[in-house]
Design a protein around this ligand. Structure first.
Ligand code: SF4
Ligand code: SF4
Length: 398
């Protein structure tokens, strides 16, 4: 089983709406029809397999309920790339030590490790539980543990579990299934009515991807922390303690585009309620351009991946500049990390909204994402010689 097996492609009418509406390739209808037929037949030689940035927009363009052309693209892109290169595998959280997550874990303080240990066991039955995924576990465990805003939510997030987003988006199907099965089975035993996900990607994967992969949803509602904060704000249970008094362009993640459009409105309402003066970029919603994270997975070598990321990010930075600001409000941790490689070269400031919103509603931030990212960059830099060596052997083989 792999991405392509998640859907019955006999249901595809070959109408071409997905690729004809693709904001990246801008195909005419005839070419789009021909390309989709080729992709379904397993042809890797067309434009789509080469140029797709895995942005998810086509999923919303398909008129057949439940059919997701991006999974077909994901499969063909993966086949075109071949084996998973070392610099891509580094982002996979398999609970082991050879990944960025393992590198972060090894360098944690004793007090941070104690916090992680306290989240390893399922909490007692509770109406709501906070799911602390890899990102929050690795960057800001102390702040999540001490959060006043999140104080009512019992926390859960064992180190060896992960929603599997990096594996899935970077074309590591088997690695995804290994960790996702473990996560699905453990979470299925959790006794709660609602799982609140700190990380937006976790809410997308646990709530949207797992049901199609495992044939059934988790036995409770899954929501993002943004929705939870919005509900609390509406109920008058949250007050604005430290207003965010800056301008920022809303930069939506792929999974936000893919989810219910009302969530994108709610997110903006929440930012605005926290004080941010919002700027809109030209390419958003169904025309959203990516941070480059998923497209990085297409590269067989580190330089190839970095070129692809840069070419995606240039478009986004241009869009942000045209919106009249140089500050980007990012709802996704993956976007924060990926833009963090280049933002300074383009004079852009990044705001990671989970952290910003918790600060606005009363939390003290002691483990800012920017510091975590600097550590992450150092760890990545140490691995670069190994990645380049492995890239040379890939080039040699091909
Ligand atoms: S995922 Fe994005 S780039 Fe790829 S075909 Fe779909 S709309 Fe186009
Ligand atoms: S995947 Fe959907 S939009 Fe694309 S050709 Fe098939 S039916 Fe049409």
């Amino acid at each position: 089983m792999s991405y392509v097996d998640l859907h019955d492609w006999d249901r595809c009418t070959r109408c071409g709406s997905c690729l004809a509406g693709c904001p990246v390739m801008l195909m005419d209808r005839a070419e789009a029809r021909e390309e989709i037929a080729g992709l379904i037949a397993g042809d890797l030689s067309g434009r789509a397999a080469a140029e797709c940035t895995l942005c998810y927009s086509c999923n919303r363009l398909c008129p057949v309920p439940g059919l997701e052309p991006c999974d077909l693209l994901q499969q063909r892109v993966l086949e075109r790339r071949g084996d998973i290169p070392a610099h891509i595998r580094y982002f996979f959280n398999d609970g082991g030590e050879g990944s960025v997550w393992g590198d972060v874990h090894r360098r944690m303080s004793d007090s941070q490790r104690r916090i992680l240990d306290s989240w390893a066991e399922p909490p007692p039955p509770s109406p709501e539980v906070l799911w602390v995924g890899c990102l929050a576990r690795s960057t800001s465990p102390t702040d999540v543990a001490n959060s006043r805003v999140l104080a009512d939510l019992p926390k859960f997030g064992p180190y060896e579990l992960c929603c599997g987003e990096p594996q899935y988006r970077l074309g590591g199907w088997e690695a995804f299934m290994t960790v996702a099965r473990r996560t699905f089975e453990t979470l299925s035993r959790l006794r709660t009515d609602r799982l609140v996900c700190y990380c937006h990607a976790c809410s997308y994967f646990l709530g949207n991807v797992y049901p199609k992969v495992f044939g059934k949803p988790l036995p409770f509602e899954v929501i993002s922390m943004y929705e939870w904060l919005w509900e609390r704000l509406q109920a008058g249970e949250l007050g604005l303690e430290h207003p965010l008094t800056y301008d920022a362009a809303v930069c939506e993640s792929c999974n936000l585009t893919e989810m219910n459009p009302s969530l994108a409105h709610k997110l903006r309402d929440l930012y605005a309620a926290a004080g941010v003066r919002l700027h809109e970029i030209e390419h958003r919603g169904i025309e959203n351009e990516t941070c480059g994270f998923a497209v990085m997975g297409k590269g067989q070598t580190l330089p190839a991946s970095m070129n692809m990321v840069l070419s995606e990010q240039r478009k986004k930075y241009r869009d942000v500049r045209h919106s009249g600001t140089r500050t980007m409000a990012l709802n996704c941790g993956g976007c924060r990390i990926t833009f963090g490689f280049t933002n300074r070269f383009f004079g852009m400031r990044l705001r990671h909204m989970p952290e910003e919103l918790l600060r606005a509603f009363g939390d003290t931030i002691t483990e800012p994402m920017s510091a975590a990212f600097a550590r992450f960059m150092r760890m990545f830099a140490r691995r670069v010689p190994g990645f380049l060596l492995s890239s040379r052997s890939v080039r040699h083989r091909s």
